[in-house]
Design a protein around this ligand. Structure first.
Ligand code: AMP
Ligand code: MG
Length: 423
């Protein structure tokens, strides 16, 4: 366990290392369900592509001879209706797109390039023909037995034609992580209740579930748990028995009298890696690892405040999932700050902000500040009204990004470029 409070950058490196140890399992799925999954096998083509020399135009198949410009039409072949036709340098076969070439033919003249007179064709005067014109040769795209799509490819719809052409109806992919989650707190009620007295609705279970599904992972919800050691322990044990890869809790990781997570997680066989990171919001983050069952299970104890929980997932979990599964789900932009921003402490701070995307439409103040900017300009401002408190869900709801305010800075200036994480 690391005792000093880590910087964000230090925690990032540690997490990166630990995420490397979590190996997603491999599952076989139907090609129709495979989009957005990471391919876990090399797809080998079981055929040549194309499988035979064929025409890529409607036209005439000939045997090329650079001195001949006229041919007799002696037959026709359409796609799927091959018949062997013996051709010589003086004869041509009417051929349709995709049709297999007669065995002696090596060139196709598009129909637009000839003058047809009864059963004769003549190359138009302005046309020069090259040998091999408009022929798709056997195996020129992919040879039988070679790799068509590499393992580790994030499958997109543009990969599907090739996968289908390779005859793959079942495909091995990396299974999405199963991510268990539970919320701790005696004050919590579910969202279909009206919170009375000192109760509040447990919004975290909902925000985390959607963050997990947005990351294309599988949420496994263990519900609301009281601030009670035995109940928390039971929940963690149940989670460990549920084939999860990552476990997330919210609440109970600070220094309050009933913040039990840190103690209980160790009793359940987890090893503490670090507790607390110098960030705002989200400082009390607890990170542990369980190695007993032959696979590593990561545990994230997120703070209970709804904004802290949300931001923590975005900072400490989402980037690593995105990297592992090759999702481009967390976009970062540099934007021009529309006003000064100040802070007093030395924590790396993630300010709820609003990025505006101006395309060919930027105000003259910014134009003079940076004359290099011609088009695509992003500006960003802090969410107005509300607070930046870690409980203020309204300002989170108004935001579309987090402005990164580095630990060692106390001021960001009006007009400077700042880095923002889209949320
Ligand atoms: P804790 O991290 O347990 O000290 O909680 C910090 C703050 O977050 C408290 O005001 C809690 O009431 C609130 N909180 C804890 N869990 C949740 C939750 N699941 N949903 C919404 N707010 C929560
Ligand atoms: Mg609590």
């Amino acid at each position: 366990m690391i005792n000093n409070i880590l910087t964000y950058e230090e925690s990032y490196e540690i997490l990166k290392e630990h995420f490397r140890q979590v190996k997603p399992s491999i599952i076989e799925i139907d090609i129709l369900d495979s989009v957005n999954h990471l391919l876990a096998e090399d797809i080998i083509s079981d055929i040549d592509m194309p499988p035979f020399d064929n025409s890529q135009m409607d036209g005439f198949a000939i045997k090329y001879n650079n001195e001949i410009r006229e041919w007799n039409i002696i037959g026709e072949i359409s796609a799927g209706n091959y018949q062997e036709i013996e051709i010589s340098v003086h004869t041509a076969v009417l051929i349709m797109t995709g049709a297999k070439l007669p065995s002696r033919a090596d060139t196709v003249i598009p129909i637009e390039d000839v003058i047809i007179e009864s059963n004769k064709i003549k190359l138009k005067d302005n046309i020069t023909l090259k040998k091999g014109n408009d022929v798709r040769f056997k195996s020129e795209d992919i040879k039988k037995g070679t790799i068509a799509v590499k393992s580790g490819t994030l499958i997109k719809t543009n990969n599907i034609p090739l996968l289908a052409a390779c005859g793959k109806n079942k495909i091995k992919v990396y299974a999405p992580f199963r991510i268990g989650l539970f919320a701790t707190g005696d004050e919590l009620v579910d969202i279909d209740s009206i919170p009375m007295n000192d109760r509040i609705r447990s919004s975290n279970l909902y925000s985390l579930t959607t963050l997990i599904t947005e990351s294309k992972m599988i949420p496994v919800n263990f519900g609301i748990v009281k601030d009670d050691k035995a109940q928390i322990k039971d929940t963690i044990i149940k989670a460990l028995e549920s084939d999860i890869d990552i476990l997330i809790s919210t609440g109970g990781v600070s220094v309050g009298k009933y913040d039990y997570l840190k103690d209980v997680i160790e009793e359940c066989g987890f090893e503490l890696v670090f507790w607390k990171v110098r960030v705002k919001p989200g400082k009390p983050l607890l990170f542990c690892i369980h190695k007993k069952t032959g696979k590593s299970i990561l545990f994230f104890g997120l703070p209970g405040n709804p904004v802290s929980a949300f931001v923590s997932f975005n900072l400490f979990i989402k980037p690593f999932i995105s990297e592992l599964y090759k999702y481009d789900s967390q976009k970062r932009f540099k934007a021009i700050l529309e006003h000064d921003l100040t802070k007093k402490d030395d924590r790396k701070t993630f300010v709820r902000g609003i990025i505006d995307f101006h395309i060919d439409n930027f105000n003259s103040k910014l134009k003079t500040q940076n004359s290099k900017l011609k088009t695509h300009l992003f500006t960003v401002r802090k969410v107005s009204g509300g607070t930046q408190s870690s409980g203020d869900m309204a300002s989170l709801s108004d935001a579309n990004c987090l402005i990164i305010f580095d630990a060692d800075k106390n001021k960001l200036n009006d007009g400077e470029f700042v880095e923002c994480i889209m949320i």
